[in-house]
Design a protein around this ligand. Structure first.
Ligand SMILES: CC(=O)Nc1ccn([C@@H]2O[C@H](CO)[C@@H](O)[C@H]2O)c(=O)n1
Length: 104
């Protein structure tokens, strides 16, 4: 089970504002469960910026991604596909983690 999550700094603002409510991860980063509370820090400098509570985790393949997923990432579907291609080149099986930011 994961005990923390990291996000790229460029997504910090969207996470804190509630504009980004999901993240798509590979299998290794999918080991969280509903209700779990995790500290979140930046990937670049490991700076804590919030705690999140996991809503649920659902497998989703790259080809199944829709505008609904993109909207929950505060991106267009084309932008989301580009981001995933950069982070997880060649990976088809992803896991959608829905989360709420806890008040600080
Ligand atoms: C820093 C680190 O370890 N890994 C990741 C992996 C993914 N993501 C974000 O999740 C969504 C879909 O993948 C996009 O918004 C990504 O940018 C992230 O921020 N950090």
């Amino acid at each position: 089970m994961l005990t923390k999550m990291t996000f790229f700094e460029r997504f910090e603002r969207d996470i804190l504002s509630g504009a980004k409510t999901i993240t798509l991860r590979d299998e290794a980063e999918s080991h969280v469960e509903s209700g779990q509370i995790l500290p979140v820090s930046t990937f670049e400098t490991d700076r804590w910026f919030c705690d999140i509570q996991i809503v649920d985790v659902t497998p989703v393949s790259l080809s199944e991604l829709t505008d609904v997923h993109a909207e929950q990432e505060n991106m267009t579907l084309a932008q989301l596909r580009n981001v995933i291609a950069e982070i997880y080149p060649g990976l088809e099986q992803l896991f959608m983690i829905r989360f709420n930011v806890l008040p600080q």
